[in-house]
Every structure is written in structure tokens, then in C-alpha cells.
Write a protein that binds this ligand. Structure first.
Ligand code: GDP
Ligand code: MN
Ligand code: MN
Ligand code: MN
Length: 249
């Protein structure tokens, strides 16, 4: 397997045809997977916003107040409002906003980003990243994974994860297959789109490199069952359940 970045993409603006821009700079082969930073998908979909677009509700004011008290840093209630509007639910309000996005991804601040966003204060995640991936995959004729940099519980550091995908299953299901001793695997479902996203993220970087797109060439899904489950459903999510009960401090 080989991974390489697509060079020479311009600063993406609202309304740009991202598929066209990528197509002009890449020669795809059979079996390629295109990984695209959600940042540029969002920019093309006009998801830049300013804080003034999010007048704070009472709830946002109260959240910002608690955050400020706990962290000792000034917090803009309009930012809390933006996170509320992008979320289905907040699992924690302090010491940070842990949100379930409308499309099921759980992440800090609903994935609202302030890095690499010229000319605006905020960049929201695509409304439905798998629908975005679908459109891009159809236009380009290759599977597409939309990635974002995200923190992890239990570990320091961030890494790339898939927030949307199309043209390949999210996971490969090893259940029922055997290990080297002939022991049957009974739980392993490998989240391949996250692993592809992490590999791509190594090349795209986090700063000013200007490489939001990477191609993974030669990845073989193999002869496994596929699954599109990536975001845990409520009934299977004991961590979400525990966080709902949890009170900070
Ligand atoms: P995120 O992980 O989706 O939040 O994206 P990042 O902000 O980490 O950026 C990932 C990569 O895309 C970095 O190499 C950035 O420099 C690059 N990048 C971000 N926006 C643009 C853009 O509009 N055009 C180009 N060419 N590169 C961009
Ligand atoms: Mn960013
Ligand atoms: Mn981001
Ligand atoms: Mn990133």
C-alpha cells in the first residue's frame, strides 16, 4: 500500500467544485481511495461562519459562564451557541463541550474549527459528510473518505478520523474468521475508514502545508464482510450513557 498527497490545490472557496479541482491534479487508478480533509469539503460547501451568526441563547450564556469559571479563560457565548446548533446533544458542558453532531460523530466543540480558516472566525463541519463523500465519489469515480483531526479519550494527541465515507464499507468484519491457532474471532470489526484517514492525515499535516487531499493506493479490503457502522448507536454506547450521568467537580 502506498499513500501520497495531491499537490497544488488552491485555497478553497465557497462554491468551488472540489471534485474538478482534485481531478485536474490527480490520476486515479483502480483501487485508489481519496482522503479529503473535512476542512476543504466544508469550505467548498460554504460552511465558514462568523460568531455574529450565532446570537447566544440563555443556555449558551450559561454554558459559557460555567466554562469560564472552570477553565479561567474567557469564553464567547456565541461559540457555545454555534456548538449547540451543530449538535444533537452535549454529553459534557465543562470542562469542554463534548458534542454528538447531527450526523452521529462525537467530538469536542462539534468539530468547529478555527485553524486554516482565512476570512472567517469559524469553520463548521460539512452538514452530512457521508453525503458529501457520496457526491465527490460519484464525480471522481473513486471511493472517498472525509477526514477530520480529532482528539481521543485516554490518550494525549490527536489523529485523523473518518467523519464521512462513500464507495467502500466503513469497516471490515473479521467475526467468524479464525486466527493463527484456528480460534474464531468473535468481536473484531476493523474500522478501516478511520485507519485510512489516519494514514492520510500523516501526509496532509495540520498546519500550513496546503495538502488537504491524499490518495491511498493498493489498499485491499479483502474477502471480508463489510459494515457501515462507525458511530455507535445510543443503545450500544455505555460511555455516552455514563457521561450523561456525570457531573464535573
Ligand atoms: P482538518 O483536519 O480537516 O481540520 O484540516 P486541517 O486544518 O488540519 O488542514 C489539513 C491540511 O489541509 C493542511 O495541510 C492544511 O494546510 C490544508 N488546507 C486547509 N485548507 C486548505 C485549502 O483551502 N487549500 C489547500 N490547498 N490546503 C488547505
Ligand atoms: Mn483545521
Ligand atoms: Mn478540523
Ligand atoms: Mn487536521
Amino acid at each position: 500500500m502506498e499513500t501520497f498527497a495531491i499537490e497544488g490545490l488552491p485555497e478553497i472557496r465557497g462554491g468551488d467544485d472540489l471534485a474538478d479541482l482534485v481531478d485536474a491534479r490527480a490520476e486515479f487508478e483502480d483501487g485508489d481511495v481519496l482522503c479529503l480533509a473535512s476542512t476543504v469539503v466544508s469550505k467548498a460547501e460554504d460552511r465558514k461562519a462568523d460568531l455574529s451568526a450565532f446570537p447566544a441563547s440563555e443556555r449558551a450564556e450559561s454554558i459559557a459562564g460555567r466554562l469560564e469559571a472552570v477553565t479561567g479563560e474567557p469564553k464567547d457565548p456565541r461559540f457555545a451557541q454555534a456548538v449547540l446548533e451543530e449538535s444533537e446533544e452535549l454529553l459534557t458542558e465543562v470542562p469542554f463541550l463534548l458534542a454528538v453532531t447531527r450526523f452521529g460523530h462525537v467530538t469536542v466543540n462539534a468539530g468547529i474549527d478555527r485553524s486554516n480558516v482565512p476570512g472567517a472566525e469559524l469553520l463548521l463541519l460539512p452538514e452530512d459528510p457521508s453525503a458529501s463523500a457520496d457526491r465527490l465519489a460519484a464525480a471522481l469515480g473513486v471511493p472517498v473518505v472525509v477526514t477530520d483531526t480529532s482528539g481521543r479519550p485516554f490518550r494525549y494527541g490527536q489523529r485523523g478520523v473518518a467523519v464521512g465515507w462513500a464507495g467502500l464499507p466503513a469497516a471490515r468484519d473479521w467475526r467468524g474468521e479464525t486466527d493463527r491457532d484456528g480460534r474464531e474471532l468473535d468481536v473484531t470489526v476493523q474500522a478501516v475508514v478511520d485507519e485510512l484517514a489516519a494514514a492520510a492525515n500523516l501526509l496532509t499535516g495540520e498546519g500550513g502545508d496546503g495538502t488537504p487531499a491524499a490518495v491511498v493506493r493498493g489498499f485491499e479490503f479483502g474477502d471480508h464482510a463489510g459494515s457501515d457502522d462507525l458511530f455507535r448507536r445510543e443503545k450500544d454506547d455505555i460511555v455516552r450513557e455514563a457521561l450523561r450521568e456525570w457531573e464535573f467537580g
